[in-house]
Design a protein around this ligand. Sequence first.
Ligand SMILES: [Zn+2]
Length: 142
Amino acid sequence: MSTAPATAPAPERPLPIPTRESQPHWDGMREGRFMLQHCSGCGKVRHYPRPVCPHCFSMESAFKEAPTGGAIHTWTVCHHPFNFFFKAAAPYIVALVDMDAGVRVNAQLRGISEADLKIGKRVRLGFEPVNKEVTLPFFVSD
Ligand SMILES: [Zn+2]
């Protein structure tokens, strides 16, 4: 009788599952473009992408390319990731950024030490291809 070695499967990276509404946003990421959904009824940005405008209830929208710059609103240093995939990268920084386009985006912040972080520090969005379909955002110092 033999026993199989007890090996846990490697944790998988959690990835977004694009919806009909968010597909143009993720297509833009793949092309290195920050695409935001704009309401065709009132003109306001809808982020995250969704079918109905929270301001005027219009279901019409169009995607437009937005600038990739922004300023740090806040951040956290992750020492104990919620997902085992990220354990090897810990500690890492996740920033919530006020984008120049008027929306907030959170993503990993790279290449900046914790000592250099400041609220209001300028950062810009970068694009990390993960596979053929998915490219994820991250922030770097501007
Ligand atoms: Zn609207």
